[in-house]
Design a binder for this molecule. Structure first.
Ligand code: PMP
Length: 401
């Protein structure tokens, strides 16, 4: 018994009891771990479905070029499906995406174009506009447009929804899912609500995204847009794949809590997951008082943590964001306790708080030592970043822009 190709291994991901982190919950909390897909994210499902549907509808011809604007995961899945089906692909990404994700995409043969993150969606420099113009100018190409292509939510309606329904034997009471394009949320929710309309669907959003305000008021308010760190979560546009009719509630979570929560998932549940999985878990923690005995709560965890080793799983990055307030929060057992001359309880502060930590005994994690390390870290980061900008400019040239 063997698979014809890697695409046959997409889906049928496990549903895992989060027994350690939710030990004091009155209900059962389960995680649908999409990292078990071959491309390590839920996006394998939509890439395969959108491409297969485009072929079926005659929009994608043999040897064609697939173009997409992506935060990284969809790109990897598209590159994987393209490799098997014989297409080439060009992906536009925002400069917010991690260097690891870019390297992964390129390793699968994708051509990557980096676009500025902090521009409006309609700006010709935005990753959406860039994808559109590349698709317009490239012969025999097809722009998948995951935000607006309804085969995105269709993929989850056809697979993720039925899987969760079967895995919980129809007993699921709450579905908690991040909203980006809205595909994973709405497609799954539609299937589940069709089976049992009483199932509560809770969307998880970032502070700085327009979706929660849109859900609450029906209005797109660009004043809601603010920079935030979690990748894949939230939007600065209203995607067609977000069907709010299937959503009961929106919960917003912070960058810091999401980051700390995903680290906790790794340490306590042995699940190495992506940043937005921490957001979904944080939402469940925020809703704890709501759940009752007998409830079956399912959180969807979109991707794997390996892609975030330079970010949420990197203590330097965490400290630079001010997410780790004290040294004790990172490695409590591994380091000797610092000795304070002036105060019996030395306080370490996040570097972005611009305070000095008081007089401390020489210690490898002293404020000064850390500052030096950050300097090196940022220098390396800046060099890497410049390199990507250069590569992007080259790509634009190649594309005749
Ligand atoms: N988390 C991650 C890591 C993602 O890549 C995405 C997709 N942008 C999401 C969450 C949100 O999923 P969806 O687009 O289906 O709403």
């Amino acid at each position: 018994m063997y698979q014809q190709n890697v695409l046959e291994t997409i889906g049928h991901t496990p549903l895992i009891h989060l027994s350690r982190m939710t030990a004091d919950f009155p209900c059962t909390v389960l995680g649908k771990v999409e990292a078990f897909n071959p491309g390590h994210s839920a996006k394998d499902r939509i890439a395969l479905h959108m491409i297969s549907e485009a072929e079926r509808k005659g929009k994608l011809k043999p040897g064609g070029v697939i173009v997409e604007a992506t935060s990284g995961n969809t790109g990897f899945s598209i590159a994987m499906v393209s490799a098997i089906k014989g297409y080439s692909c060009i992906l536009t990404l925002t400069s917010k995406v991690s260097a690891e994700k870019i390297a992964l995409l390129e390793s699968m043969g994708a051509k990557v174009v980096i676009c500025p993150a902090e521009v409006e969606p309609g700006d010709p420099r935005s990753y959406y506009s860039q994808a559109e113009s590349i698709a317009r100018e490239t012969p025999n190409s097809f722009y998948l447009a995951q935000n607006f292509n309804l085969d995105n939510s269709g993929a989850h309606y056809a697979s993720t929804g039925p899987e969760i329904w079967e895995q919980t034997e129809g007993k699921i009471t709450h579905y908690v899912c991040c909203a980006g394009t809205g595909g994973t949320l709405s497609g799954t929710a539609r299937y589940l609500k069709e089976q049992n309309p009483a199932i509560q669907v809770i969307a998880v959003d970032a502070f700085g995204s327009v979706l929660t305000h849109y859900f609450q008021t029906g209005e797109y308010d660009k004043n809601q847009i603010k920079p935030y760190k979690v990748e894949g979560l939230g939007k600065n546009i209203i995607p067609d794949n977000l069907h709010i009719d299937y959503v009961d509630e929106f919960v917003q979570v912070t960058d810091k809590e999401s980051a700390l929560r995903v680290r906790e998932l790794a340490k306590k549940e042995g699940l190495m997951l992506g940043y937005s999985s921490g957001s979904a878990m944080q939402a469940i923690m925020q809703l704890k008082d709501r759940f009752k005995p007998g409830d079956i709560v399912v959180a969807l965890f979109p991707d794997h943590g390996a892609r975030y080793l330079g970010k949420v799983f990197n203590d330097d990055w965490m400290r630079a964001q001010g997410f780790l307030q004290t040294e004790l929060e990172t490695k409590p057992q591994e380091h000797p306790q610092p000795v304070a001359k002036a105060s019996p309880a030395p306080v370490y502060v996040a570097l972005d708080q611009k305070e000095t930590p008081g007089e401390l005994a020489p210690y490898p994690y002293s404020y000064e030592a850390m500052k030096k390390r950050y300097k090196t870290y940022y220098r390396t980061y800046r060099i890497k970043y410049k390199k990507y900008i250069r590569q992007t400019r080259d790509s634009w040239k190649i594309l005749g822009e």
